[in-house]
Write a protein that binds this ligand. Structure first.
Ligand code: PLP
Length: 370
C-alpha cells in the first residue's frame, strides 16, 4: 500500500489555478513575449504607479535589515486614510493572506463556513485547509443571495465570506442590502467583507463599510493593493476590524509578512490619488468598449462592477476551454473559469485600450473558428 501523507481534507483540496504567466504562454505556443496580451489576473494595466516605483528604489537600500514587523508608517497612513486607529488594522501578504488568517483565527476544524457559489476561490481553499465544513449557498443571477446565506448559517457556523464586488462574476450588492444583512447576522459569526475591487465603484455605488466596522464587532473588512493600486506582485493587503478581532488576526500573522519594499510602495500608492483616478477612468472606458463588443458578437455577459468581465462564449461545456485555447494561440491570455463551475464562460480583465482591441479581434476569430 502506498503511504498517504496529511489529512484527507488537505489531500482533497483542488489547487488554486492562477492566470498563466506571459513567459509560459510564449514558450508553450512559440510566441513573442512582447506581443502577448495578459488579461487573466485582474491586474492594473497601468502597472506600478510611478510614485511607488520611486519609493521602492529608496527602500531597497534598507533590505539588509528585517522589515518593520509592525509596519508603523504604513499602518499610520492607512489609519489616517480610513479614519480608524492603527490598532484596528492587520496587514497581509496580499489579502489572500488576510482571508487565510481569518479562517484560522475564527474557525475550528469541523465547524462551518458560509460563502456563495461562484465566489472567490480562496474562500473554499481557506475553509478546506482547516478541515472545516463549507456551506456553499446557490447564487442568484451569478451573485450573492444574502437572504439564503443568512438562512444557511448553522449553530456551528463561525465565518461568512462575502466578496463585494465579487470575483469572478463582477456582481455587486448595494450598501443598504449589505447593511441589513450585517444587522441580522448573529454576533458570534464573523463576517469577512472582501472589498478587493472597491476602488473601482462609481460614486453612486459607494458605501461606508468602515462605519459598519465601528458598529458591528463581528465585521472584518478586507482590502488589497493588488488591483486598483497596481501592486499585485508586491503582495500587500489589509484588514480593518475592531481590536478584539484584530488582536486575534495579528497573533496568527507572520511577523514579517509584508516586506520593506512592499510597505514603502503601499504608502506611496495610498497617497497617489491621481493614479487611482486614472485607473478608474481607464477601467470605465474599457468596460464600455468590452460590453459594446460583446453585444455586437451576441455574447451574454454579467454586468460588472470590477476591473474584469465574465462573458459566456458558448452554450456547451467545452466552450470556455475551446475559446480559451484559440485565444492563447493568438497570444491573448484570459481566465477560463471551469474550476468555478462556469465552463461556458471566460473572465477577461479590462486592459489598456490597445489590449482590449487585441482581445476583441482575437475573440471574434476564435468564435468564427467554432
Ligand atoms: C484579487 C482578489 C483578492 C486579492 O488578492 P491579493 O492576495 O490581495 O492579491 C481578494 N479577493 C478577491 C475577491 C479578489 O478578486
Amino acid at each position: 500500500m502506498t503511504m498517504q501523507y496529511g489529512p484527507s481534507y488537505v489531500r482533497e483540496i483542488a489547487p488554486y489555478v492562477a492566470g498563466k504567466p506571459i513567459s509560459e504562454v510564449a514558450r508553450e505556443f512559440g510566441l513573442d513575449e512582447a506581443r502577448i496580451v495578459k488579461l487573466a489576473s485582474n491586474e492594473n494595466p497601468l502597472g506600478i504607479p510611478e510614485s511607488a516605483q520611486t519609493a521602492m528604489t529608496r527602500a531597497a537600500a534598507e533590505l539588509g535589515r528585517y522589515p518593520d514587523a509592525n509596519a508603523f508608517e504604513l499602518k499610520a497612513a492607512l489609519a489616517a486614510r480610513y479614519g480608524v486607529p492603527a490598532e484596528w488594522i492587520t496587514l497581509g501578504n496580499g489579502s489572500n493572506d488576510i482571508l487565510e488568517i481569518a479562517a484560522h483565527a475564527f474557525v475550528e476544524k469541523g465547524q462551518s463556513v458560509v460563502y456563495s457559489q461562484y465566489s472567490f476561490a480562496v474562500y473554499a481553499l481557506a475553509t478546506q485547509g482547516l478541515g472545516a465544513r463549507a456551506i456553499v449557498v446557490p447564487a442568484v443571477d451569478y451573485g450573492h443571495d444574502l437572504d439564503a446565506m443568512l438562512a444557511a448559517i448553522e449553530d456551528d457556523t463561525r465565518l461568512v465570506f462575502i466578496a463585494n464586488p465579487n470575483n469572478p462574476t463582477g456582481t455587486f450588492i448595494e450598501g443598504p442590502a449589505l447593511e441589513a444583512f450585517l444587522e441580522r447576522v448573529p454576533r458570534r459569526v464573523v463576517v469577512v467583507l472582501d472589498e478587493a475591487y472597491t476602488e473601482y465603484l462609481a460614486a453612486r455605488h459607494r458605501y461606508d463599510s468602515i462605519a459598519w466596522v465601528r458598529r458591528y464587532p463581528n465585521l472584518v473588512v478586507s482590502r488589497t493593493f493588488s488591483k486598483a493600486f497596481g501592486l499585485a506582485g508586491l503582495r500587500v493587503g489589509f484588514a480593518i476590524a475592531q481590536p478584539e478581532l484584530t488582536d486575534l488576526l495579528n497573533r496568527l500573522r507572520q511577523p514579517f509578512n509584508v516586506n520593506t519594499i512592499a510597505q514603502a510602495a503601499a504608502i506611496a500608492a495610498l497617497g497617489d490619488a491621481a493614479f487611482l483616478e486614472r485607473t478608474a477612468e481607464l477601467n470605465a472606458t474599457g468596460y464600455r468598449r468590452l460590453a459594446e463588443a460583446f453585444d455586437t458578437l451576441g455574447l451574454e455577459y454579467v454586468p460588472s462592477f470590477g476591473n474584469f468581465v465574465l462573458v459566456r462564449v458558448g452554450n456547451d461545456d467545452g466552450a470556455g476551454a475551446r475559446v480559451n485555447l484559440a485565444l492563447l494561440r493568438q497570444g491573448v491570455i484570459v481566465r477560463p473559469v471551469g474550476n468555478y463551475g462556469l465552463p461556458q464562460w471566460l473572465r477577461v480583465t479590462i486592459g489598456l485600450p490597445e489590449e482590449n482591441e487585441a482581445f476583441i479581434a482575437a475573440l471574434g476569430k476564435a468564435l468564427a473558428q467554432g
